[in-house]
Ligand binder design. Sequence first.
Ligand SMILES: O=C(O)CCCC[C@@H]1SC[C@@H]2NC(=O)N[C@@H]21
Length: 216
Amino acid sequence: MNTKRNRKNQKSLINPKKSASTVSFANEFLWAIIGLLLTVFSTFVEAFITNLPWFWSEQGINYHSLGVTFQVGAVLLTGCMGGKNAGLLSQFAYVFLGLFWLPVFAHGGGFNYWQEPSFGYVLGFIPGAGLCGWMAFRTRTKIESLGVSAIAGLLVIHICGLIYLVGMSYLNPNILSHNSLLEMIKNYSVNPLPGQFVIVCMVAFMAFILRQVLFY
Ligand SMILES: O=C(O)CCCC[C@@H]1SC[C@@H]2NC(=O)N[C@@H]21
């Protein structure tokens, strides 16, 4: 047992760059709550960017919508800041809240929301935030690894959403006909992707700065 621990210590001494960051239980719990609140509120906030600040005096401030909300950004930021457990817990709580209590999903809420063809994306928030959080704490804090973690989380959300859409069109064609399947895939996976990539960059940048400031 001791030999095992010694070997582990030696490894991190040999390659300190690779040593994983850790997050305390208190921080995990705090980020699970912050993540839940962020996800609830950001679902209703449209994401936008402005023109570059050095053009503000000439051109004024121009806003461009990214065509998505900050919802997915909140899910990924929770993973990047709180880790795997905070990501999983916050998104379990979000799905539970939406199904059993408040209309916190983009198109409302309630138990029948499972019939919403896009519900797979909401379910995907759970493994998406978990994977993003797990990856974001495997190495010391680097903006590249935070970006890769957020992209991996985003991919998982889309994979879950797509599986649910295809599954629903086969198992429940009354709700989602084969004809509208492509339209749904376009609406929920193809069209939002460019905006979501911009959000992934914002998430990686914000998480990097916050983790430097908060020393973890
Ligand atoms: O970020 C976006 O706006 C695109 C992602 C869409 C997520 C879908 S919208 C319907 C469903 N209900 C939710 O609360 N989210 C998913």
